[in-house]
Ligand binder design. Sequence first.
Ligand SMILES: N[C@@H](CCC(=O)N[C@@H](CS)C(=O)NCC(=O)O)C(=O)O
Length: 374
Amino acid sequence: MKQYTLYGWHLSYFTGKVLCYLRYKQAPFVLQPVNLYTLTQRIKRETGAVVMPVMVTPQGEWIQDSSVIIDHIEARFPAPAIIPSTPVQRFAAYLFEAWGDEWWVPIAMHTRWSYPENYSLFEHDAGSALLPWLPRFIQRRAVRFIAAKLRRMLPSVGVRPEQFSVMNAWTEHMLDLLDAHFAQAPFLLGDRPTLADFGLVGTMYGHLGRDPWPARELIAKRVHLRAWIDRMAKPAAPTQGAPLLSDDQIAPTLTPVLHAICQEFLPLLEGINEQVKARFPTLPIGKALPRTLKNVEVPMGEGRFRRAAIPYTLWMVQRTLDVYRAMAPQEQAQVRDWLRPLGGERLLRLDIPRLQRQGLRVRPEAGVKVLTPA
Ligand SMILES: N[C@@H](CCC(=O)N[C@@H](CS)C(=O)NCC(=O)O)C(=O)O
């Protein structure tokens, strides 16, 4: 059988997500550590962005974005299923994917780049991927240049020294909650992984679970979380027959996590949406919004957290909400009844203008008229 090629680095957040997923699915693929030429020339030409991961199909089609890659494979390799068949678990799986992809980015960047002891492994791994044919000292020099570029993005995603104590407290607490959950269930929604797990593993696989500082200081002592990361990284065998929780339930151990999603991530979405809606009427037709907009301030645990608004995040949530919209009224009612006591029902009323993705940016979906304010 012809193979898929996944271009990425195992230390990249979103490559980790897809890598764990493709392994679990036993899809025919090879991981091709992406080199400088492919990253900056071929991927740029094919997708319009310098980004990873990108997957090339056996037919030569280039697919960019971890969620689109997953959708492509799901359509062709339905078993083992990663999308729950019941409404609350299905909606929760997409919500966890969006949260895992978007909310955790500052935490993963902070735990990597605020601790210089991590740099050497990054330089080694990224260097041999980027310029495999050149001597090690040139590889290191080139990667230092890229690492410096990545570090310049830190303040925009919220990695700012004055926020470190809030971020650290949040992380310790959230990891405790996840550890307590994995002490009683092998995966987020039951006995087999779903899209929820693949969303969350992005932050844990290459970053928290593997960078030396967080792996030692944050993950090692949380043995159940550590074991989940390892299960996700090296799936034993497809757990096709293994059940999710019965009766469309979500484990009570996830209730505090879901509360946090509703009290922190939802205000972030609302803040981004406000800015996006204000920008759309003046956006020239066919143009994408900038990658980042102005700051948004939201709760984070006991504190407050400021970061730049990223319009792309709303595209991920449009994906979640589309799943809800496609449900029968009875199923929608079940999702509403589940979200209400969590304080998340207004997520369903978030009136995001229809968005089309363009690499890491978004623009109004073709054919959708954006009304100019009177
Ligand atoms: N939403 C995209 C995100 C991809 C992404 O942000 N990838 C990072 C590496 S993990 C990257 O290439 N970033 C380059 C940049 O931000 O310009 C996905 O799910 O694939």
